[in-house]
Design a protein around this ligand. Sequence first.
Ligand code: CMP
Length: 231
Amino acid sequence: MYKADNISLYAHLKNVPLFNSLTNEQLKILFEAGITKNFPKERIIVYQHDPGDTFYIVVTGKVKITLLNEDGKEIVLSLLKEGDFFGEMSLLDNETRSASAVAIENTTLFLLTRIQFHKLIATYSDILTKIFKEICARLRHANEKIESLAFLDVYGRTIRLLQQLAHDQGEKTKNGIEISHAPTHKEIASMVGASRETITRIIKVLKENHTLVSYKGRKVILREHTNKLFI
Ligand code: CMP
């Protein structure tokens, strides 16, 4: 790896929320312990049910956490972006990978081995706390997903998902709440358990009733106060 790449990786790691309490010296040691790896778009990074020995941090790009069945149907559990991590579960419980992880853009990851990961959480208790907090947040999301699969129809689930995205990553603009890295129609379909065609129809309705201001590529603008209308 070139020096310039090293500098930019270091800058990225400095911005990873998990590491923001580390001093420069501690970060340098961590940086030298791990390796970076590039994954082209669509490349599978980990397979569900495989044994797991690596912890991953997204340096740049995007990763989907997904469950695939034998017919090729998938349900997307989560979309991870720069600064997010995955692969901690099999390192903590010694079970196989709970889901697959796939690069959905050209993605660079920072990798730590099982031993390095355990050393990290044994040395820095606040990093362990942050990992537990994130696991709690993921469990809460999973509970909401179970609730909406059981109690809401596809229309309601789509709105619920857009509200969650707006809450987690939305930014207030003069036009409404903007989500700049939204899932595509196909990804939304896999997240709410519907076909892409159904989602395209629902998005059309949401535009017509002005719940959605626009939905272009990965950029979505939701009307403000959408929450009050539906929940
Ligand atoms: P692991 O089981 O080692 O490998 C797959 C990873 O996907 C897992 O660790 C978590 O990091 C991540 N993962 C599994 N389930 C979810 C979920 N519901 N939401 C977000 N991430 C998840």
